[in-house]
Ligand binder design. Sequence first.
Ligand code: GSH
Length: 409
Amino acid sequence: MSCTSLLGPVLPIPARKSIRKTKPTPCHVSPRMSLQPLPPPPNPSLFTTITKLLWGQSLPPQLLISTVRSTWHATWQLMMSQLAPSDPSGRYTRPPSKFRANFKPTQFSRQKPGTLHLYVGLPCPWAHRTLIVRALKGLEDAVPVSIASPGIDGSWEFKDTGGRDGDRLVPGLDNANRRRTLREVYRSRRGGYDGRATVPMLWDVERKEVVCNESYDIIELFNSGLNGLSGNSDLDLSPPALKGRIDEWNRIIYPNVNNGVYRCGFAQSQEAYDTAVNELFNTLDMIDDHLGSSRYICGDTLTLADVCLFTTLVRFDLVYNVMFKCTKKKLQEYPNLHGYMRDIYQIPRVAATCNFGAIMDGYYKILFPLNPGSIRPIMPSGCEHEVLSGPHNRELLSSVDKSMRVYVS
Ligand SMILES: N[C@@H](CCC(=O)N[C@@H](CS)C(=O)NCC(=O)O)C(=O)O
C-alpha cells in the first residue's frame, strides 16, 4: 500500500518540509508559538512526483510513521521543556514567582486610588483569583486593571478588542503604561527584567515598579491590606480564627488540584501523568465528600481557600478535562463540587470575572504543544452561564446564616 493511500496525500510534505527548512529550534523561541500556517500542499501530481524522487516508488508506511513519530516526539519534548520545565522523570516543576510580597501588610493602605495597578489575563486561573478578591472587596476603583490577551507565541500583549461581553471583563489595552506587551511593562521597571512576564502582576504606578507577581500574596494584600480604599472593608476572606485551616487546605489543594491539573497536562512521561492524575482525582473525591456537609471549604464562611479552588473548578470541564487529560471524571459528575462551584459563581460580582470564551481560546489556541491544530472544541454542555446560574441549594448546609451575604455594600 502506498503512503498516499494510507495517510492521505498531504501528510509527508509538511513533515519533510519542516525538517529540511527549519534550523534546530533555538531555545529562546517560545514553545507556545503557533507555527505559521504551512502553505497549502502542492497539487497531488506534483506531490507524488517529488515523493517518488525523494523516497522511491513507495515509502513503506511503517518507515513514514516511525520517522514522523520520532521527529515529532523530539520536537514536542523540546517545546515542552520551554513551556513546562520538568524534572528528569518528566514531572512538571512550576518555576517560582520572581516578585514575592516584600511589603508590609499595611504599606499601601493609605495610598490614593490608582497607585496600584493590576495586570491580568482572563484565561489564567492564578490571575482570576486576584480579579475575584478585587471584586468582592470592592477594589475596582482603587486598583484599576489592564487585561492582556495571549499572543500567538503565548506571551501577553495588549490589544484593543473593542467589544463588550455583557458585564463580563474583556481584554484590552495597557491603561497604566501604554505598552504593547506585558514583557515591555516588566522591562520598564527600574533595573529592568528579562525573566518570565507572568500574570497576575501588581504594579506600583508612581514608583514604576513590580510590587508582586505571586497570586496568593496579591489576594492576601487585597483582602486585608487595602481596607482604607475598599468598598467592602468588612469582608474578611482570611479571618484570624480560620487562618490555620485555610493554610492547611491550601497545602492540599494547591499541589494536587490548582497545580495538579497542570501536573497532568504538562507531564512528560506516563509515570508522571499517572501520579498526577491519581493525586488530582483522589483529592477531588475527598473534597467532594467534605463538601457534602460543609458549605465552603472552611465551614459557613467563604475564604481565600474557596477562591483558589473555584478558579480551577470553573475551568475543569471547559479545558482541563479534555486538554490536560483530567479525564477520570468531569466536574459535573461530582454533585457537591459542582453545586459548590455554582454557589460561588452566583455570588454577586463573581460571574463577571469569568469569561468562558477567553478561557477556552487561551488554552486551546495558545498552548501549541498540547493542541497543535489549535482547534477549539465546542463548549461542553453544562458549562454555560445558564447552567451555572441554576439552583444549588447549598444554603441549606449553612448552620449560621441561611443566605450567604458576602457582598454588603
Ligand atoms: N505562581 C504564579 C503563577 C503565574 C503564572 O504561571 N501565570 C501564567 C499564566 S496562567 C503566565 O503568565 N505565564 C506566562 C509565561 O510563563 O511566560 C502565581 O500564582 O501568580
